[in-house]
Design a protein around this ligand. Structure first.
Ligand code: HT7
Ligand code: ZN
Length: 853
């Protein structure tokens, strides 16, 4: 497959004025008629006539005409990626009409038009529309769509949906018109036997919007939270960004078979059902939180993505980084901002730092790809959001808002680039952002080194920055780092605080102070860097007790724990344990925050820390030491664990709000401590038996399974929920991720042989194979290589059906160079076995190729 390069970008030869699509649905023989008004792109007209090149994959062309005249055989050439009409046969403006046939039922890749349990649905981002009809399938070709859907003859799909406004309908057909020009990747169609949960929203300017969430019959009662999150998102975008919704209706559809979380198709968002459906009995607090975030994210795309889209796929972060940043702001406003920031940093480190440290490292704006689906990454999304957060810090919230206003005003209806985005900020702030722009082109996580000095009443902070080489980028230049800091006096008061703009390779900053301060560095995690700062245990304990910044306070505890888990083994530092006890005892602290302070770093985090200092982590050893520290913390907490557990019962029926969830989280930490000291798991068993909500049940079940207990509970859980796909996914996940290392591989193997391991369904596949490979390092990295073999066997099987999901999971093997020679050899051999498959997909081929490079 060819490599696509940003440097090769050319304006499209032809643009589209409008399109009329007619789809006659049939499981194996859907007919698609496209009437397209093309015209020569004026920006390229002086180059003379050009071939008409249309993308198309897996389409059967039935007929093609230009201005009503069949295109002659010798003027049209078809290949596996599309068709070309010779320039001599292409007028400067014309109507192209093509009829194609496709087979949604056999489309297992879940891209284009496919079927999910009897329901027709589409996924067109990034390049799925070319599997529906021949088209210039690139985001800078935008047009208005009119869509006629004719339902299948057997009447199995009475509900027929597409983008925009419903303009006509009758028995077995519906017509939709989207007044907003959009690229093909935002096209959507859904047809099925569906039910709507409806509500209304009045926009700031007084327009009424019909809100519909479409689900399978029976799922209606599980839509309330998604609807509530949608209405809150709509209001928030009006209040925070001045953005109103722009159609008469906004629809969400829940689909069971879906490669990712959700998709922002104009006016018709399509969601993985796990990010829509929730009830207290079936969904956890974490599920509710994800639903809120993803509903907001997709809704926010209406302005950042749909009204203003990307010129080409290299600019993906233009919409994704910004929309993640916006959804993070929203959740921070709706819940506790401090807790949210820590959760976002944990996610960034677990996914993006990991990506940056391995063979898949790439800039926020990549410069080349083979398969664009492989670039929906943590770097584009999460680091892309961090870059926007830094920009906002640097210019301040008021200027940020002005810049966004200008962005929407200047670029509405356009397909834009990162240069357009940065220009808006330069124009509004008067700043030169050329150095800042390196954040978009330079891969890798910068190391920010800090050294301090106290002499003669002067405190000196010496900062230096380096970024390690990444594939294809051996040399790195300094970046603009906004470094938020505080200097604390011995009574915990703030002597100095502010923001340093650090953009050199090294620089010293100095303050005259009445006493030696304690440095609180990178408050709010103001830049996505790894801090290297030798800090004494006494200062760490001081920050953990006194820092007014909730991020750096938590980070002090985290660095304590990491030092315990990666340094020489022995009794934990009493100062650390004392600090944790103080946290547990402090009723003034938000319970959700206390829960975070009391949780230990994940095994992955510990392994990354070991690898960062040049050692090969032993996943089993990491697991064992983490267990030991859990036990030590539980002992130190002593009776407090029981007191915390008893005093944090949330009264009344379950509610998913942040306060209640925070108390449940804290109570869960207390239960973990109790279970660490109780070989029979009696309190966890009791909680499992008495809980009336899925959060408390899963907390208890997780603890039991992680201790090798819970057989009885697992059986009861399965029999109670065997008809609920989303709940059974949890049943698979808890076992795959938490079964102790001795029996993990055998457990996953046995689960994979079950009839209800419906591996063709991406959620189910991820719930077992994905959860094992990503959530159970000690099991996955078993020294005999059986974990790797098991996962790769399944990846081979899935690849021929669903390359996108396979490639995503294959990237989990990207850490192979971090381990000891034995594990390295085993992982590499498995990657080579995968690479050698004769029919390996382009998606998986690209990932495995990069991993082995
Ligand atoms: N913009 C969407 C990204 C996406 C996707 C979604 C579902 C299936 C396949 C997909 N490929 C790309 C989702 C988002 O970022 O909001
Ligand atoms: Zn997105």
């Amino acid at each position: 497959a060819p490599t696509i390069r940003l440097a090769d970008y050319r304006l499209p030869d032809y643009l589209v004025e409008s399109v009329e699509l007619t789809l006659r649905l049939h499981p194996t023989a859907t007919r698609v008629n496209a009437r397209v008004r093309f015209y020569r792109n004026p920006a390229r007209a002086d180059e003379g006539a050009a071939d008409l090149r249309l993308d198309g994959r897996g389409l059967t062309l039935v007929s093609a005409t230009i201005d009503g005249v069949p295109v002659p055989q010798n003027a049209l050439t078809e290949d596996s990626e599309g068709l070309t009409v010779a320039a001599a046969h292409v007028p400067s403006a014309f109507v192209w009409e093509a009829e194609t046939e496709i087979s949604p039922e056999t489309n297992t890749a879940l891209e284009g038009l496919y079927m999910s349990r009897g329901m027709y649905c589409t996924q067109c981002e990034a390049q799925g529309f070319r599997k529906i009809t021949f088209w210039p399938d690139r985001p800078d070709v935008m047009t208005t769509f009119r869509v006629r859907i004719e339902g299948p003859a057997d009447g199995s799909a009475p509900v027929l949906l597409s983008n925009g406004n419903l303009v006509g309908s009758g028995e077995g057909w519906a017509e939709w018109q989207d007044p907003w020009a959009k690229p093909s990747y935002l096209f959507a169609l859904v047809a099925g036997d569906l039910r709507a949960v409806e509500d209304h929203f009045t926009t700031a300017s007084g327009r009424d919007v019909l809100l519909q969430i479409w689900v399978r019959p029976g799922d209606e009662p599980r839509c309330a939270y998604a609807m509530d999150a949608l209405k809150r998102s709509m209001r928030w975008d009006e209040e925070t960004y001045g953005r109103e919704y722009d159609l008469d209706r906004f629809m969400i559809v829940a689909v069971d078979d879906f490669n990712m979380g959700a998709m922002e198709n104009k006016g018709l968002n399509i969601f993985n059902s796990r990010f829509v459906l929730a009830s207290p009995e079936t969904a956890t607090d974490a599920d509710y939180k994800s639903i809120e975030t993803i509903i907001a994210h997709e809704y926010f795309h209406n302005w950042t993505g749909n009204r203003i889209t990307c010129r080409d796929w290299f600019q993906l972060c233009l919409k994704e980084g910004l929309t993640v940043f916006r959804d993070q702001q929203f959740s921070a406003d709706e819940r506790s901002a401090g807790v949210k920031r820590i959760e976002d940093v944990l996610r960034l480190r677990a996914t993006q730092f990991r990506e940056d440290a391995g063979p898949l490292a790439h800039p926020v704006r990549p410069t080349e790809y083979i398969e664009i689906n492989n670039f929906y990454t943590a770097t584009v999304y999460e680091k892309g959001a961090e870059v926007i957060g830094m920009l906002r810090r640097l210019v301040g919230p008021e200027v940020y808002r002005k810049a966004l206003d200008l962005y929407f005003e200047r670029h509405d209806g356009q397909a834009c680039t990162i240069e357009d985005w940065l220009r808006v900020f330069e124009n509004v702030s008067g700043r030169d952002l050329s150095q800042f722009a390196r954040w978009y082109s330079q891969a890798g996580t910068p190391r920010l080194k800090a050294e301090t000095d106290w002499a003669d009443g002067k405190f000196t902070l010496r900062l230096s920055q380096t970024t390690p080489p990444t594939p294809g980028q051996p040399e790195k230049a300094p970046l603009v780092l906004p470094v938020a800091f505080g200097l604390l006096g011995s009574d915990g008061s703030t002597l100095e605080a502010g923001l340093l703009e650090f953009s050199e390779a090294e620089r010293a900053f100095g303050w005259e102070l009445p006493e030696r301060p304690v440095l609180s560095l990178l408050r709010g995690f103001s830049a996505p860097v790894i801090v290297e700062h030798e800090i004494t245990p006494a200062d760490r304990a001081f920050l953990l007790a006194h820092d007014s910044d909730s991020f750096t306070r938590w980070e002090a505890g985290r660095s304590f724990a990491l030092a315990e888990l990666t340094g020489p083994e022995g009794e934990p530092d009493p100062a650390y344990l004392a600090a944790l006890v103080a946290v547990a005892d402090d009723p003034a602290l938000d319970p959700a925050y206390r829960a975070l302070l009391l949780s230990l770093p994940s095994e992955d985090e510990v392994m990354a820390q070991i690898a960062a200092v040049g050692r090969a982590p032993d996943p089993l050893e990491v697991w064992r030491r983490r267990r030991a520290l859990e036990t030590a913390v539980a002992r130190a907490l002593g009776d407090r664990a029981r007191a915390l557990y008893d005093s944090n019962v949330v009264p009344g029926p379950y509610t998913p709000d942040a306060d209640a969830a925070g108390r449940r989280a804290l109570r869960g930490r207390a239960l973990a401590a109790l279970t660490a000291l109780d070989p029979a798991g009696s309190v966890a068993r009791a909680q499992y038996a008495s809980a009336d909500n899925m959060t408390e049940r899963m907390t208890a079940l997780s603890l039991l399974v992680s201790r090798g207990l819970g057989k009885k509970e697992l059986a009861a859980f399965h029999s109670e929920w065997r008809h609920d796909r989303l709940v059974i996914d949890k049943w698979f996940t808890v076992q795959a991720a938490l079964t102790p290392p001795e029996t993990a591989v055998e457990t996953v193997e046995a689960l994979s042989r079950r009839e209800d391991f419906d591996w063709r369904n991406p959620n189910r596949f991820r719930s077992l194979i994905g959860a094992f490979a990503s959530g159970n390092p000690a099991g996955f990295h078993r020294a005999d290589g059986s974990g790797y073999r098991l996962v790769v066997d399944w990846l081979i099987r899935l690849d021929s059906l669903n390359p996108q999901t396979t490639a995503r999971l294959a990237s989990l093997l990207g850490t192979w160079r971090m381990f000891d020679p034995g594990r390295q050899a085993l992982m590499k051999a498995e990657l080579e076995r995968l690479a050698a498959r004769p029919d390996l997909s382009r998606d998986t081929g690209e990932i495995v190729g990069r991993l082995l490079r």
